[in-house]
Design a protein around this ligand. Structure first.
Ligand SMILES: Nc1nc2c(ncn2[C@@H]2O[C@H](COP(=O)(O)OP(=O)(O)OP(=O)(O)O)[C@@H](O)[C@H]2O)c(=O)[nH]1
Ligand SMILES: [Mg+2]
Length: 381
């Protein structure tokens, strides 16, 4: 604080020139701002979103914006629109290719050339498609999506996923493809702009670190979102300072899938190994860890599916593999059992990150845990 802050302003008027008075006033204001910033930083809640690639970290952050009424900027919406166009086109390419590899005949033979032409196109992330260009592909996309050959390839996606290692195809998010292809008519309108649901479903892997502050209960909540794929994880330690809580996301439905990065490691096992290094890390001794067993909606469908069984991937599973309760208990145990310090609290929630109502309810209770923890930390300072 400035040493003049206690002086009476009327007396100062006689001692200093107006310029000096102004200078002093400015300096006092700056001191006040610095002090305020320091206090705010102390009160700030820092939440680190961690988890393997595609576990739903960025989707959760999008929900935080939606739930707290922070609009997406026009430029951002345009970027999501690009990503959606890419998701749709790449998704259809995967299905055309799958149909081919699985030897399923076309229903309409005229679609053969359309499919072959589509496969020739290369849509990497640097290709920017505007709505005018996308609209030109729309008739092809909708013809192909109506062809029973493509539908059958979609229905046999599990077989395709099982042999995917040999086909070297890197885009197997069938649930994302399905959502957008089912909304093709709307997306193919020239004036199309993504709505919240579209934004939540679109997929772009995070590269680097994204920070976003949301004031909640008058406290700045700093959300830190990182990339979860192997190549991105060496950047994580840069964000390990002054963390209040870690929100660790797991894609609980991926018990029968392998990593994109090496096409052999089981995704749930990889997630558990990452969790092990985080929950048992001494740096996080005083950090509360909240586990989100995410993609609950997809897990529910998978557990019902007679064509897959968690026992094929986790022989140690002893319950009923088509009982949601048994599978959930097992997946939870996979994670809680790696925690070495039995006294360390570990909270957990089963979530569906694309469902705003679900995340609203879950975050309401998580927020209380976090604020409580933050208050304890402030009292210790
Ligand atoms: N059906 C369903 N889809 C989900 C859920 N959570 C996320 N997704 C989808 O899964 C995909 C991956 O989600 P992201 O949020 O991009 O995953 P991430 O953890 O940020 O991935 P990285 O940035 O690579 O680390 C997106 O297409 C999401 O829409 C969920 O609970 N249910
Ligand atoms: Mg991400």
């Amino acid at each position: 604080m400035s040493s003049f802050s206690w002086s009476c302003p009327c007396c100062l008027r006689f001692k200093f020139s107006p310029e000096e008075m102004e200078q002093r006033y400015k300096s006092q204001q700056i001191d006040k701002m610095i002090e305020k910033d320091k206090q705010a930083l102390k009160r700030q809640v820092k939440l680190l979103l961690l988890g393997a690639g595609e576990s739903g970290k960025s989707t959760f952050l999008k929900q935080m914006r939606i739930i707290h009424g922070i609009k997406f900027e026009t430029q951002q919406i345009k970027e999501y629109q690009q990503v959606i166009y890419q998701n749709v086109l790449k998704g259809m390419q995967v299905l055309v290719d799958a149909r081919d590899k699985l030897g399923i005949p076309w229903e309409d033979n005229n679609n053969k050339d359309l499919g072959a032409n589509l496969l020739q196109l290369r849509f990497n992330n640097s290709v920017i498609l505007d709505s005018r260009q996308f609209v030109q592909y729309a008739p092809t996309l909708s013809k192909l999506w109506r062809d029973s050959g493509i539908r059958r390839a979609y229905d046999r996606r599990r077989e395709f996923q099982l042999v995917i290692k040999f086909f070297q195809i890197d885009n197997i998010r069938f649930h994302t493809h399905f959502y957008f292809l089912n909304n093709l008519e709307r997306i193919a309108q020239p004036a199309y702009l993504p709505n919240h649901k579209d934004i939540l479903h679109c997929r772009k892997a995070t590269k680097g670190i994204t920070e976003f502050v949301i004031p909640i209960n008058n406290i700045p909540f700093l959300f830190v979102d990182v990339g979860g794929q192997r190549s991105q994880r060496q950047k994580w330690f840069q964000c390990f300072d002054s963390v209040t809580s870690i929100l660790f996301l797991v894609s609980s439905s991926e018990f029968d899938q392998v990593l994109l990065e090496d096409r052999k490691t089981n995704r749930l096992e990889e997630a558990r190994d990452i969790f092990d290094t985080i929950v048992n890390n001494v740096i996080f001794n005083n950090v509360s860890i909240i586990l989100f067993l995410n993609k609950h909606d997809l897990l529910k469908n998978k557990v019902k599916d007679p064509e897959t069984d968690i026992r094929w991937y986790f022989p140690q599973f002893k319950g009923n593999s088509h009982s949601m309760e048994d599978v959930q208990k097992f997946v939870l145990y996979l994670f809680t059992s790696v925690k070495r310090d039995q006294k360390k609290a570990l909270y957990h929630h089963f979530t569906t990150a694309v469902d705003t109502e679900n995340i609203k309810v879950v975050f309401y209770s998580v927020k209380d845990t976090i604020l409580h923890r933050n208050l304890e930390n402030l009292m210790l300072q």
